[in-house]
Design a protein around this ligand. Structure first.
Ligand code: KIV
Length: 276
């Protein structure tokens, strides 16, 4: 079983950390069988699994359902629960309470977006209470209305220093790693080299300590849009579409179900009812 120190060791040994998202039992099972380093139950599920336009509409109680499903499918994996919008911003007590619900549901750690005094205090209190925390800087989807869209962050030396400063504060507060989203590759490299804890990039180039992407994106399952940083490693959408088309055709042509997929009645019983 991986722990937070596994990720630190991987960074120190210059080995990459591969993380992916999961929202359901069977995807979690596949990720565990493939030996992924960690699974994030991301609030991206609001868009990818529930069809919302952004991540604002998912609640802590809904997130817990998905965390439970993932933890049933990946019993031996390191699972990170993503704290949804406004589930940790009201007070330390609210944040701690909701983070502890995620742990009780089967997560091994939680992820929080941003860095301000409240977040830093919450990180300290979570870590003191035995709840590991993954930070999230750069583009932070829960602040999309403030940022004004999916904009690349850290494009100037000043802005990069600001992100690094925040990352160092999160490190000092006890985060075991920090997600860097939508940054030029060189900016993420600079931040990674100046931090002790690992960075996990998404749209932040190859020099982060590890990578995270949405599984449905890289498997070509979610097709509403394809961000530049996404590469398709499979095409589940086409496979699914073709499978459904074949099923419809076989049902219409009386090819499915065949004898193989049917239960047969004994001939003696058929005779009694004069079934041909
Ligand atoms: O919600 C999510 O899936 C994320 C990403 C970092 C992949 O936060």
């Amino acid at each position: 079983m991986k722990t937070v120190s596994t990720f630190q060791t991987l960074k120190e040994n210059n080995e990459k950390i591969a993380m992916l998202t999961a929202y359901d039992y069977s995807t979690a099972k596949s990720l565990e069988q493939a030996e992924i380093d960690a699974i994030l139950v991301g609030d991206s599920l609001a868009m990818v699994a529930l069809g919302y336009e952004n991540t604002y509409n998912i609640t802590i109680d809904e997130m817990l359902i998905f965390i439970k499903a993932v933890s049933r499918g990946a019993k031996n994996s390191f699972i990170i629960g993503d704290m949804p919008f406004m589930s940790y911003n009201l007070s330390i007590e609210q944040g701690l309470d909701n983070a502890s619900k995620m742990i009780k549901a089967g997560a091994n750690a939680v992820k929080l977006e941003g860095c301000n005094e409240h977040i830093l205090n919450l990180v300290r209190r979570c870590v003191e209470s035995g709840i590991p925390v993954l930070g999230h800087l750069g583009f932070t989807p829960q602040l999309m209305n403030t940022i004004g869209g999916h904009k690349i962050q850290g494009k100037t030396a000043d802005k990069i220093e600001t992100i690094l400063k925040s990352a160092k504060k999160l490190e000092e507060a006890g985060c075991f790693g920090v997600v860097l989203e939508l940054l030029p590759a060189d900016s993420a490299k600079y931040i990674t080299e100046n931090l002790k804890i690992p960075t996990i990039g998404i749209g932040a180039g190859v020099n982060c300590s590890g990578q995270i992407v949405v599984t449905d994106d890289i498997l070509g399952k979610f097709t509403d849009f394809k961000p530049k940083f996404v590469k398709h490693f499979a095409n589940i959408h086409n496979e699914t579409f073709n499978g459904i088309k074949n099923y419809i055709e076989e049902v219409k042509n009386r090819k499915f179900p065949s004898e193989n997929e049917s239960f047969l009645l004994d001939n003696s019983e058929k005779e009694k009812l004069a079934i041909k």
